[in-house]
Every structure is written in C-alpha cells, then in structure tokens.
Design a protein around this ligand. Structure first.
Ligand SMILES: Cc1cc2nc3c(=O)[nH]c(=O)nc-3n(C[C@H](O)[C@H](O)[C@H](O)COP(=O)(O)O)c2cc1C
Length: 356
C-alpha cells in the first residue's frame, strides 16, 4: 500500500520516502552569505528525509532581506552549497534549494550597502522584520521595478537555478508564498502596476509563470517546483480574491511539467486550498502545515497528496523518518534558537540528537 514510507517520483527526482523537510530559514550563513561547516552538518543529519528543501536562498544581493541568509550568486556560495549537496548525497538523501527573493520584505541593515529594495509597486511591507540583532525593525520603502528591469530579475532566478545544479543540488523550488517578491506580484494589494505585469489576474500571475517557464527551460521542468500559500496575510498580503489568483496561476503552469506544487495549507473562507490545487494542477502535490504522522498518512493513503513536508518537527528531530517508522516520541523544537546563529554555536541547530 502507498504510504508515507513508499518511494515516490517528483519530476526527475526519485525519493526514498514521502517525508519532506520543509524549507526553513535559520540565519546561520557565514561571511559573504556562504554556507558554513555547521550548515553542512545540519543538512547531513537530516538526509534520511525523502527530500530536503533548503532554507530560502537569495538569487541576488537585492533578494536578501533577513540577517545571515545564504545566497547562490557568488562562486564562494556555490562552493559552499556543493559541500552541502555532497554531504546529503553521501548520506543517501536528495536536496532541493528554495530560491527566495524577498522583494520589499527587507531590512536595509541586513543587506549589502549597494543592494536595492525592489517590488512590483512602491508600497512598503507593513510587518517589521528582525534586524542584525534579532529585534524587529521597519522594512525599507521599495522602489517599483521598471517594466524593462523585470526580465533581469527573472534572469537572476534562472542563474540561481543553474548555480544550484552546478553545486550538485537536485532541484530548485521557487518561493511564491509568505509575501516575498513572487507573491508581491500575485497579490492584488501589493501589485498596483498598470503595465503587463500588474492589474488583472492574468497580468499579476505573469511574473511567476515567466519565472517558472524560464527556470524550467534552463535546468529542465522536472527539476523545478514551486511553493504557494493561497490566502496568507503574512508580510502585508491581502489578495482580494485568492481563489481566482491561484486558480489562474495553477492552470497557467500546469502544462509545464514541473516537479511539484508545494502547498502551505491554511484555512480560507469559501474554498479549501488543497481542493483548489487538485482541481487546477495535475502534477505532484506536497502538503504542508501543522501535519502529524497520522494526518500525513491519511492524506497520502487517500491520494490527496503525493508527499508531506514538516518544518518544526525537522528542527528538533533530525531522524524524523525513523521516529515516524518506529513510533518514537518526537522532540520539541526550541523556538528561541530557530533564528539565532550565535556565531558558530551549534545550540538549537546541530545538537538535537537522534532517538537511537
Ligand atoms: C524557523 C522557520 C523558518 C522558516 N523559513 C521558511 C523559508 O525560508 N521558506 C519557506 O517557504 N517557509 C519557511 N518556513 C515555513 C515552513 O517551511 C513551514 O511551512 C511551516 O513551519 C509549517 O510547517 P510545520 O507545521 O510542519 O512546521 C519556516 C518555518 C520555520 C519554523
């Protein structure tokens, strides 16, 4: 019987099981936003996941908004990720990189002095974001991208996808959720453009459709996934009609042969996001959000999702798949150390032990 422990194919990637590590920003990159030895160890410890999806990784200096997030735009960053990918592969795992451009959700002090803050429209992100000392501060007012600059931003994503493959990473995931740049284009309240990239829904989905199309052309559609969260209000998102927006988006990308749609499933008035995905997208679906072993098993057994991803559970349980298999108790993540690097301190990062 198909269950959470059965193998599955997502695009070109063969997974040994359907327990996926959700992307999680941990703010522990080294100088120059390069992956560190500690990051190599963190991901190696979690390689028994069917697939690891890395923390959000910026495709360019302008794509950075948080403190100590890694990049994939310099030779040193590519070399660092190559060490991560090698460690995960040696331990028998698979790894995809989440490519994350924050757009307007950005704090000036967290990024390079000459890095710009750009968005579809010059509307600031209302939610404060932690600065270098972890205390939330206001975000920077973004500059609206010129129409002719948008292909260049898409090209940065394409280069990031190529760099990830160069580093030996198996696939990439476009982060289209949580109020970052792609979602700023999708959402009616953050995209007030009157050119071909804004306004009616077919214009608002264009940035994501063209970015996914271009990434797929560069590294193959079977190595490109995307993550959505219809209806989320994080980082000032307030789409007037999320059901309309995501129906249009999913229909537009359905024919591309992409590897997966990764859904952060939250409640919405008037529609269920998983039903909406299933009705408009024929490819593999990864379900996420507050899942337990039982909930995930039921979804997979019922054929409602192809795989399930876990966030917090993977922070504290590097051997989550083994614990699920054996029924071992789960350790609880310490929220105080989710985002605190404390230099090269392993606390709350690589010091969660396996059960056996
Ligand atoms: C510390 C932390 C960092 C996160 N960073 C990201 C991120 O970089 N990209 C992303 O798409 N989601 C991010 N998330 C959201 C998780 O991927 C996931 O959607 C969320 O934790 C819900 O899943 P869970 O209930 O299994 O934890 C983060 C979550 C946590 C706890």
């Amino acid at each position: 019987m198909t269950d959470l422990f059965s193998p599955v194919r997502l695009g070109d990637i063969e997974l040994a099981n359907r327990v996926i590590m959700a992307p999680m920003t941990r703010d522990r990159a080294g100088p120059e936003d390069e992956p560190t030895d500690l990051m190599v160890e963190y991901y190696r410890q979690r390689a028994s996941a069917g697939l690891i999806i890395t923390e959000g990784t910026q495709p360019s200096p302008a794509g950075k908004g948080y403190w100590r997030t890694p990049g994939i735009h310099t030779p040193g960053q590519i070399a660092g990720w190559a060490r991560v990918a090698e460690a995960v592969h040696q331990a028998g795992g698979r790894i995809a990189m989440q490519v994350m451009h924050v757009g307007r959700a950005s704090v000036r002090a967290n990024k390079a002095p000459d890095a710009q803050t750009v968005a579809p429209s010059a509307i600031p992100c209302p939610d404060p974001i932690p600065g270098p000392d972890g205390v939330p501060v206001p975000t920077e007012m973004p500059r609206a991208l010129l129409s002719e600059e948008i292909p260049q931003v898409i090209a940065e994503y394409v280069t990031a996808a190529r760099h990830a493959r160069e580093a030996g990473i198996d696939a990439v995931e476009l982060h289209c959720a949580s109020g970052y740049l792609p979602m700023q284009f999708l959402s009616s309240n953050s995209n007030l453009r009157d050119d071909a990239w804004g306004g009616p829904v077919e214009h608002r989905i264009r940035f994501v459709v063209e970015t996914l199309t271009a990434m797929a052309a560069a590294i193959g559609p079977g190595r490109v996934g995307f993550r959505i969260c219809p209806g989320v209000t994080f980082n000032g998102m307030a789409d007037a009609d999320p059901a309309e927006t995501y129906t249009a988006l999913l229909r537009a990308v359905d024919g591309l042969g992409l590897a997966w749609c990764h859904l952060i499933h939250i409640p919405n008035a008037g529609f269920d996001a998983l039903d909406l995905v299933r009705a408009n997208w024929s490819g593999p679906v990864i379900e996420n959000g507050g899942l337990t072993l039982d909930k995930a098993q039921n979804l997979i057994r019922a054929g409602k999702a192809d795989a399930a991803s876990f966030g917090y559970a993977f922070i504290a349980n590097p051997d989550l798949v083994d614990r699920f298999r054996t029924g071992a108790a789960l350790a609880k993540a310490d929220r105080a150390t989710c985002y605190t690097g404390h230099g090269d301190d392993a606390r709350g990062y690589t010091d969660y032990p396996p059960a056996h």
